[in-house]
Design a protein around this ligand. Structure first.
Ligand code: CTP
Length: 473
């Protein structure tokens, strides 16, 4: 056992920290994610947290003085922490502390403490595991809260009474759910109850920190675990009420629609198997959000969600804004995919024509493959025959996309005839006729009436000119 833990500390940086601590006559330990991920065999993390029983800042300075190139020490005096970047690894140093909170303040009263005081104030037992860096017991695991047993049993549990841990720092509610998702762990029942009871306190956490956790949930292998837990604990309506609104099945006159919340979760899991693209995963999460506000029941046709893609893409903007997420190209990409999310399925339900495929490629541009990936993930029918039919149709669509692309180069469509050429040929000043001709050429190409080539487009332009009673030079 002892040997194995020494292996965790085989990087020379740990003996340097150990020497520095001895010179300062203080004790220090590696703690948190590094120890957890090592014990879980998750690869060596790029962040190392070191806790010193004494001044973490002094220890950091001593360590830096021993390192090649004497890296800079960034000191955060208010937090009593210091950070060194060394060979791509971030070393965080902190003095062991005891924290207590007043009921009505999030600001802790901080005092120096023992290692165990420090472990106690941490979020989860699996994050409170510490490895000694001291000469006499180098590599010994210090585990007063049975974190090792929780790692074995795959349990997320708090060192203290859970109500205290979550109320002290409500972000930990999101972290519990995120770790459960990333690691495939269960949240202890007491913790789950405490999260449910403290859910409203999520309001005091910054949007950015919440979004970071959402990113990590979405980046995991099975995001539905986290999304389901957010739903179960009641956090979801406080963060993403648009998703909660999709939950439920309504029945009128014997006609039902599917539960679009659980469907969405399946789609997100499907997409997680198909791609690591985080923004495509966001698009999957939001692809149906327009369905709640557009849901209608018609006596003859049953349930409809007309225009949900358009409404959904507008909602994406408001959602990003509310969550303080940057309103940049990524947001536009998510909007575009939500907007186009039903196109390939509609297309594959009918006979797949070249012109419909050409229009799809024209509208989706370089995102056409991502759109196809999203639409394939959207197939959640449990009917094996339908499942086969949809998949097969998508295969046909993909094949046609390739063919149309090779032939017509439509993806980044540049009109083969410029406005200037039209003006010159018909001796026109800038006018609406130029727009009409250009649009007609584009339509003719998309409809497959003419190939996407200059000569054919030129002929077509002359015909259009005649129809518009224009005189050619
Ligand atoms: N921690 C905590 N409460 C928080 C955040 C962090 O108690 N709200 C403690 C935990 O002991 C955690 C350590 O600080 O292990 C380091 O936090 P951080 O670097 O955010 O997380 P890691 O556990 O290292 O995991 P990850 O990098 O996956 O976020």
């Amino acid at each position: 056992m002892q040997e194995a833990h020494k292996k965790a500390l085989s990087d020379p940086i740990f003996s340097i920290i150990s020497d520095a601590a001895e010179e300062l006559s203080l004790r220090c330990y590696v703690i948190g994610g590094y120890v957890r991920d090592y014990l879980l065999n998750r690869g060596i993390p790029m962040d190392i947290d070191v806790v010193a029983v004494g001044s973490g800042i002094e220890l950091a300075k001593k360590v830096a003085s021993k390192l090649e190139g004497k890296p800079k020490v960034s000191v955060f005096k208010n937090f009593g922490t210091a950070m060194i970047k060394n060979k791509g690894v971030e070393l965080e140093f902190v003095g062991a502390r005891k924290e207590s909170y007043h009921r009505d303040s999030r600001k802790p009263i901080v005092e120096d403490g023992t290692l165990e005081d420090d472990q106690k104030r941490r979020d989860f037992t699996i994050n409170a595991l510490a490895l000694s860096l001291n000469k006499n017991d180098f590599g010994t695991l210090l585990d007063p809260f049975e974190g090792l047993a929780d790692l074995d049993e795959k349990i997320i549990r708090t060192p203290l009474e859970p109500g205290i841990t979550y109320s002290d720092d409500p972000l930990r509610m999101m972290r519990a759910i995120r770790f459960a998702t990333q690691l495939g762990f269960q949240i202890a029942s007491g913790s789950l109850k405490a999260i449910t009871e403290n859910k409203e306190r999520i309001k005091i956490i910054s949007k950015e920190r919440i979004v970071t956790e959402l990113h990590k949930i979405l980046q995991s292998d099975k995001p539905s675990i986290g999304l389901g837990l957010l739903h179960k604990t009641g956090l979801l309506p406080l963060i993403l009420p648009e998703l909660t609104a999709l939950q439920g099945i309504e029945e009128i006159e014997g006609q039902k629609h599917k539960d679009n919340f659980w469907h969405t979760l399946e789609v997100v899991d499907n997409i997680a198997m198909a791609t690591d693209n985080l923004w495509l995963r966001w698009a999957a999460l939001f692809h149906d959000i327009g369905k709640a506000p557009t849901k209608r029941f018609h006596k003859r046709i049953g349930w409809t969600f007309h225009g949900h893609e358009f409404v959904g893409s507008k909602m994406v903007y408001r959602l990003f804004k509310r969550l303080n997420m940057p309103l940049n190209d990524k947001m536009k990409y998510v909007q575009k995919l939500v907007m186009m999310s039903s196109r390939p399925i509609i297309l594959s339900e009918e006979h797949v024509t070249d012109s419909a495929v050409r229009r799809l490629v024209f509208d989706a541009g370089n995102d056409v493959e991502d759109l196809m990936t999203l639409c394939e993930a959207d197939i959640t029918t449990k009917n094996p025959r339908k499942q086969r039919r949809y998949k097969n149709n998508f295969k046909i669509v993909r094949k046609k996309i390739k063919e149309v692309e090779e032939r017509d180069r439509i993806r980044n469509f540049q009109p083969p005839i410029s406005g200037e050429e039209i003006m010159k040929r018909f001796d026109l000043k800038p006018s609406k006729e130029i727009g009409i001709i250009k649009e007609a050429i584009k339509e003719a190409i998309l409809e497959g009436k003419i190939p996407n080539e200059h000569e054919a487009a030129y002929e077509f332009m002359l015909e259009m000119g005649k129809k518009l009673n224009l005189k050619a030079n």
